[in-house]
Unconditional design. Structure first.
Length: 424
């Protein structure tokens, strides 16, 4: 019988911070979004204080100070590396693993006898915690949707010990009536409103909904969700992520940008990062869109925003070509006298590298470009990102860069930030 497990790191960003600072074990912890703007991760202690997901930090600063809340900037290098370590463990425990997000992964448990799955889940949790320090919950079910719901049940009910198995129909009959329909994977706010109008309020109600009606009201996605809630698997594991159709690099500035030189430096840095992403996924783009805008929340300054799409002579992932296109687009839309709060580059309709139509008279030596990009990526892979970059992205301190004033050390990816152990 087909079976899936969804393993989820509890308050993952906050748990990563706690791993390297044991003094935080009982303190409330939150992690902020870019530019230290909003709370995007909270421990249970922080939630108990009334700190909500997405609460702006300036509104909860006093509450945090009064209750000794440990506040951190996002440390994506640390979180990404810890996520990779978790998945390395999962691959030792399951023949197939699908990385669903930075803190969630689906595992194929079809070869594990049903009577052993809860023990399997508890042993997996214990191993992950012992090897990485990250607490997890394990949801098990005959479909990915039920595994996702089982994970939610395990997280919300401490008496289950972090593991819930909804393989047994009797267990599903016990738990599904207690789950709001809006908490079912694949049911968004619009679908939730439609279901409420039909009197469907719980996951059990949705499971019992006629499939034809589900398809009428929520398209084929709704029909698939109903079948999955009934234990009929409609979604297989995706060991290899689907090919990207688009790629974007956008950032809010650490301070408003009001000069063209700063803006050109910023969009050049974004294009550099975008080109690295394309090459890593073996993709290319034939056009690039640049955008920038002022802050929608600052009513004292004049508002301005715009975007510009620049087409390339041929599809490319060459850093220098994308930077040139980004700078061209930025020059077309930048206006003096405005304080810009955000800018970015967006690429869509991506194609596999080398599959695009080549012009009769190419504007560049493609082989030379590929050798140069390979060398550039190799240097940065060995000595760290940003070791070798075009001068256009800036060689001095970038005042416009996103703020991470409360970021913890990048313990696992930077030698100069390794934790120190002192012996006395």
């Amino acid at each position: 019988m087909k079976a899936f497990a969804l393993v989820d790191g509890n308050s993952f960003y906050c748990s990563c911070e706690r791993v390297f600072d044991p003094k935080l074990a009982t303190r409330p912890v939150i992690v902020l979004s870019n530019n230290d703007g909003c709370a995007v991760a909270r421990t249970s202690e922080a939630k108990a204080l009334g700190i909500g997901m997405g609460d702006p930090y300036f509104k909860i600063r006093e509450l945090c100070d009064q209750n000794r809340v440990a506040v951190f900037s996002s440390n994506y290098s640390l979180y990404g590396d810890m996520s990779a370590r978790l998945n390395a463990i999962y691959r030792q425990w399951a023949p197939e693993v699908e990385i669903y997000s930075i803190d969630e992964s689906f595992l194929d448990l079809s070869l594990i006898p049903e009577r052993d799955r809860q023990t399997y889940g508890r042993d997996l949790r214990a191993t992950v915690h012992q090897w990485t320090g990250i607490p997890t919950c394990v949801g098990i079910g005959p479909t990915k949707t039920l595994a996702k719901l089982a994970n939610r049940v395990a997280k919300k009910n401490e008496e289950l010990g972090g593991v819930c198995d909804l393989t047994d129909p009797a267990e599903r009959d016990k738990w599904l009536p207690r789950i709001d329909v809006g908490d079912v994977w694949g049911v968004g706010p619009a679908s939730e409103r439609k279901l409420f109008e039909l009197g469907i309020e719980t996951a059990a109600d949705l499971r019992d909904m006629p499939t034809r009606l589900a398809r009428q009201r929520m398209t084929v996605v709704g029909e698939r969700t109903v079948l999955e809630l009934r234990g009929i698997a409609c979604m297989a594991l995706e060991e290899l992520p689907p090919q990207r159709k688009g790629c974007a690099v956008t950032r809010s500035f650490g301070k408003p940008v009001s000069t063209l030189d700063e803006m050109l430096e910023a969009v050049s840095a974004h294009a550099l990062r975008a080109a690295e992403k394309l090459r890593r996924h073996k993709l290319e783009t034939s056009h690039l869109t640049v955008f920038m805008h002022t802050s929608p929340f600052n009513r004292r300054d004049p508002a301005h925003g715009g975007s510009k799409t620049v087409h390339l002579p041929e599809a490319s992932a060459d850093t220098f070509e994308l930077i040139e296109a980004a700078r061209c687009g930025a020059q077309a839309i930048f206006r003096e006298g405005y304080r810009y709060a955000k800018a970015g580059v967006i690429m869509d309709d991506l194609i596999p590298a080398g599959s695009g139509i080549r012009p009769l008279f190419p504007a560049r030596d493609r082989d030379k470009s590929e050798r140069l990009m390979t060398a550039l990526d190799a240097v940065n892979a060995v000595f760290g990102r940003g070791t070798m970059v075009p001068a256009g992205v800036g060689i001095n301190k970038r005042e416009w860069q996103t703020k991470f004033d409360r970021r913890s050390p990048r313990y696992t990816t930077r030698l100069d930030e390794l934790p120190h152990a002192m012996a006395t």
